[in-house]
Design a protein around this ligand. Structure first.
Ligand code: SF4
Length: 198
């Protein structure tokens, strides 16, 4: 006889982490934020045909302080990188990031000194959506996969308040960048501008 048979109706057993993860996954609020052409597809995803409201996230917040999801839709110019970081820092904790499209994920075809070669040089990314541009179905697939990731998250996996990117990376082993790799780095934490090397 299992434990279920001994419990009265209406009793629900779970762990606090699972319950909190389930609640967070079902109440994501994206920031109103678009950088380039991918943003048009993101707007389509939020419109009536694709209906993001089925996930409880149709309200794109106009203030980062009311948002906990950043969808980086479009290429990140070097000039825009510190602003992206600033918006990320102002968002409510815990927060998540989707890199939408090849430009946000890797720089895409813009392999030059003006474009950050992947927004993960500036902020931590939880989900990468490929494509140029990704169709709304692809973004929604990334959102659903992010939901699954959030449900499995443990409390210690997020950057702590005031923790720099380097400290977070060292603590979690989330990313171990090759110091000799040419490209962009955020040496010294998120308050500095990206430095072009190589
Ligand atoms: S991935 Fe394509 S659609 Fe998206 S920002 Fe880059 S060029 Fe534009």
């Amino acid at each position: 006889m299992g434990l279920e048979a001994r419990l009265p109706n209406g009793i629900l057993l779970t762990s606090v982490e699972k319950f909190v993860g389930w609640s967070r996954a079902g109440s994501l609020w994206p920031a109103t934020f678009g950088l380039a052409c991918c943003a048009i597809e993101m707007m389509s995803t939020g419109a009536s045909h694709y209906d993001l409201s089925r996930f409880g996230m149709e309200v794109f917040r106009a203030s980062p302080r009311q948002a906990d999801l950043m969808i980086v839709a479009g290429r990140v110019a070097q000039k825009m990188a510190p602003i992206v970081r600033n918006l990320y820092d102002q968002m409510a904790d815990p927060k998540w990031v989707i890199a939408m499209g090849v430009c946000a994920s890797t720089g895409g075809m813009f392999n030059n000194y003006t474009v950050v070669q992947g927004v993960d040089h500036v902020i931590p990314v939880d989900m990468y959506v490929p494509g140029c541009p990704p169709r709304p179905e692809m973004l929604m697939d990334g959102i659903v996969k992010l939901h699954e990731k959030i449900k499995r998250e443990q409390f210690v996996e997020r950057p702590r308040k005031g923790e720099s990117m380097e400290e977070f990376r060292r603590r979690t082993g989330w990313l171990d960048p090759d110091p000799d790799e040419p490209g962009v780095s955020m040496a010294g934490g998120g308050s500095q501008l990206p430095q072009v090397r190589g």
